[in-house]
Write a protein that binds this ligand. Structure first.
Ligand SMILES: CC(C)(COP(=O)(O)OP(=O)(O)OC[C@H]1O[C@@H](n2cnc3c(N)ncnc32)[C@H](O)[C@@H]1OP(=O)(O)O)[C@@H](O)C(=O)NCCC(=O)NCCS
Ligand SMILES: CCCCCCCC(=O)O
Length: 156
């Protein structure tokens, strides 16, 4: 089954559609995996003509963050590790994939890869911790309507 995933919220740095600085990540779900596409632009530049490593890490944070979102579980990144295998060239069309490896209580162990065609550019794993929605309410900003059905079980 394939379905589109909405942005985490409209102003999300990774995937928001109303944030002019958004990285423009577009994602959908296919067979329990989050699949996405990204094209780095000049404002993501690190080495000449190449994506900044932090930009690559930000894409991973976002696509991995879609794994709990797709489960309607509020969760935040506790740790993120990236292994950079080959440079990501600005303007190339790249694919990312992320999935849940296992869950242990509030801990979600996730893994992701970034490819250009069949070439592996980078891989990442991250630990997400399930939180309650109070984690996000503390700023006073309204939460996205799309989150209204999310699990809001109190976590301590
Ligand atoms: C992640 C966070 C919610 C955890 O705080 P908490 O809800 O009080 O939960 P705890 O600190 O009790 O951690 C829960 C469990 O995760 C583990 N854990 C937390 N952070 C961890 C990390 N970086 N690495 C490994 N394990 C970690 C804890 O050891 C604990 O394990 P246990 O239940 O086996 O004892 C909190 O540290 C936080 O808000 N961090 C900022 C998150 C963030 O801003 N991320 C970027 C944007 S999404
Ligand atoms: C519940 C929404 C979580 C969004 C996580 C996006 C990545 C991040 O902010 O580091």
């Amino acid at each position: 089954m394939t379905y589109e995933i909405p942005a985490h919220h409209p102003n999300c740095f990774g995937c928001g559609t109303e944030n002019p600085s958004s990285m423009g990540l577009q994602m959908h779900i296919e067979d329990r995996r989050v699949l996405g596409t990204i094209r780095f632009a000049s404002h993501h530049e690190g080495g000449p003509g190449l994506a900044h490593g932090g930009a690559v890490a930000a894409v991973f944070d976002d696509v991995l963050g879609a794994v709990p979102s797709a489960l309607h579980l509020p969760a935040v990144t506790a740790s993120l590790t990236v292994e950079f295998r080959a440079p990501a060239v600005l303007g190339d069309d790249l694919e990312v994939e992320a999935h849940l490896e296992r869950r242990e209580g509030r801990k979600l162990y996730t893994r992701a890869t970034m490819h250009r065609g069949t070439a592996l550019l980078a891989e990442a794993h991250a630990l997400f911790i399930v939180v309650d929605l109070a984690h996000f309410r503390r700023t006073g900003q309204p939460l996205p309507e799309a989150w209204s059905h999310w699990d809001d079980t109190p976590r301590s």
